[in-house]
Design a protein around this ligand. Structure first.
Ligand SMILES: Nc1ncnc2c1ncn2[C@@H]1O[C@H](COP(=O)(O)OP(=O)(O)OP(=O)(O)O)[C@@H](O)[C@H]1O
Ligand SMILES: [Mg+2]
Length: 334
């Protein structure tokens, strides 16, 4: 089965092709540089740029894979959560293609597609624990099998990726902050500054990154790091505090649960220091840790196609997507 996936939940216009036998056939993305002068994503501008970007991105994905619409079994699209206008453009585009090509259209939850991005390069094993850390989400999900999920933890305030982005802004490192902080952290001393690792009073598994973000800002204002080496130490210490919190929750979530593996998902999963630390922490428990290649951790169309293909294998005629949804937790479909 070959599925075309369209992803427009935020500011990347992405199209991917996934074959259940051969895995990823294409993954093409047009990043929107138009937002740079505004210091953040401007929702209406994002919708307009998707409208312009999607046709050439689609063409490039099909040409790159040497396919034409006749080879496709279904069209998949991110239905939510995300920016309403951006989702509407993607959904309208997918429905138009489905109509023109006479193919079913499958709506996919954005967080489900981030999780199932782990299936793009090697088959996933279930039941699994998934740490989702992205620009808008920090969650722990128990994935019993594709389509069967339980949300175990979420964030009380900021997401992990958001904390990376906001602290990078304070440090003058630009956007997106995660990769820039990770790059500098490689050269820095993670023990230079003892940033706080939040623990909630109720002993629950939820995350909280706003205290760490504020601590980083105050430290920056009161005792700015000296020179490049000081900045590298700052980044390494901040990153260590984020990783420590993520793994504190994962280790507690894994206890007493019969899972086969831990998967990392979402943009922050591109952070190879996080992956290495997770492997070190879970090795004594005999639990393998996997993450997609960095290009499949951040938003892409291949993960949308893959999530829809896994759904179609179990549920051959899902209801076609009607409206996009800007918010909403991951839901099970079986
Ligand atoms: N190497 C990295 N280390 C840490 N964070 C990273 C890295 N690479 C990307 N990120 C972060 O990942 C986020 C982008 O991920 P993603 O594309 O999944 O987010 P999003 O789609 O905007 O949000 P969501 O998926 O929650 O709707 C950004 O916050 C970015 O800073
Ligand atoms: Mg995303």
């Amino acid at each position: 089965m070959i599925v075309l996936g369209i992803e427009t939940s935020c500011d990347d216009s992405a199209v991917g092709l996934y074959d259940t036998g051969r895995k990823v056939l294409a993954s093409v993305l047009a990043a929107q540089l138009e937002h740079a002068p505004y210091g953040g994503v401007v929702p209406e501008l994002a919708s307009r740029v998707h409208l312009r970007n999607l046709p050439p991105v689609l063409r490039s994905a099909l040409d790159g894979a040497g396919l034409d619409p006749g080879n496709l079994d279904a069209v998949a699209v991110t239905q939510g959560p995300g920016l309403m206008g951006s989702l509407l453009v993607g959904l309208a585009f997918a429905r138009a293609l489905g109509h023109a090509w006479d193919r079913p259209v499958v709506g996919v939850h954005h967080i489900e597609s981030h999780i199932l991005a782990n299936h793009l390069e090697r088959d996933m094993v279930f039941p699994a624990l998934v740490l989702v850390a992205s620009g808008g989400h920090s969650q722990i999900v128990l994935a019993r099998r594709p389509g069967d999920y339980a949300l175990l933890a979420t964030t009380r305030d900021d997401a992990a990726g958001e904390a990376f982005d906001k602290v990078a802004k304070v440090l003058g490192l630009g956007f997106p902050g995660g990769p820039r902080i990770e790059e500098r952290a490689r050269r820095g001393d993670p023990e230079a500054i003892a940033f706080p690792v939040a623990r909630l009073g109720d002993g629950g598994l939820d995350f909280s990154f706003s205290g760490l973000k504020t601590a980083a800002r105050i430290r920056w204002e009161e005792r700015p790091p000296a020179g490049e080496a000081g900045l590298d130490d700052f980044c390494a210490s901040f990153q260590r505090a984020v990783v420590a919190q993520l793994l504190d929750r994962v280790l507690r979530a894994v206890r007493g649960r019969d899972v086969q593996a831990l998967y990392l998902a979402g943009g922050v999963a591109a952070n190879r220091t996080l992956l290495a630390a997770a492997r070190e922490a879970l090795d004594p428990l005999g639990l393998p840790v996997f993450a997609p290649s960095p290009r499949y951790c951040t938003d892409n169309g291949a993960m949308v196609a893959c999530a829809a293909a896994l759904r179609l294998e179990a549920d051959p005629a899902p209801a076609p997507p009607d409206q996009p949804f800007p918010r909403g937790a991951i839901a099970s479909w079986r």
